[in-house]
Design a protein around this ligand. Structure first.
Ligand code: HEC
Length: 170
């Protein structure tokens, strides 16, 4: 009997785990949430140029957004998720589905496309282009501009930060 005494002692410590007294308070949730200043919520009245990609006097606009350099990586991820399947990883119009019968888009490196401001790529993503459909309902406005920035900086101008160029993105 004396041999079971320690066991009895151990068992007496058993109870319901959710019924323990707890004096330590949970850590307080952070109250300050930093949002990018230029973030526009769905349904807000957007600036016309931001919405259309066009200058008030006509012609394609430069991007109305000041993206942080670090955001280009997200631009790369978005481009690869939504555009690369047709336009190819380098924008040359040699995406994976072209051999399967998708019409081959013009290369972004074509002189006529290269010369275009970011609004051109934004406009195509927003409204579609010929046989290409619109991505307006699938990609938020600011992200469409971010894709345009990625195309222009990293594929057309090849002026991409090295860590973005080298980043492994599926
Ligand atoms: C399913 C295939 C497909 C996807 C995905 C796609 N495109 Fe396209 N895109 C095309 C095709 C095909 C054309 C050419 C259409 C034509 O000439 O009728 C085109 C044309 C364009 C053009 C005009 C190029 C020129 O000739 O001046 C731009 C800019 C463009 N796409 C941007 C984008 C962007 C940005 C995305 C991603 C948000 C995207 N595309 C996603 C197929 C696609």
């Amino acid at each position: 009997m004396i041999r079971f005494l320690p066991l009895l002692f151990l068992l007496s410590a058993c109870g319901w785990m959710w019924d323990q007294p707890k004096v330590k308070a949970f850590r307080e949730a952070p109250v300050e949430v930093a949002l990018p200043e230029e973030r526009i919520r769905f349904g807000d009245n957007l600036d016309l140029t931001a919405r259309t990609g066009l200058k008030p006097e006509g012609g394609f606009a430069e991007s109305p957004y000041l993206f942080a350099e670090g955001e280009l990586l997200r631009g790369k991820t978005l481009y690869r998720s939504f555009c690369a399947i047709c336009h190819g990883l380098t924008g040359e119009g040699d995406g994976r589905v072209i051999p399967l019968g998708m019409p081959k888009p013009r290369s972004f490196l074509d002189p006529a496309v290269r010369a275009q401001p970011e609004g051109y790529f934004y406009f195509a993503a927003t409204n579609g282009f010929g046989r290409m459909l619109s991505y307006k309902g699938r990609i938020p406005e600011r992200e469409r501009w971010l894709i345009a920035r990625y195309i222009k900086r990293c594929l057309v101008e090849e002026a991409c930060p090295l860590e973005v160029t080298n980043a492994e993105v599926y």
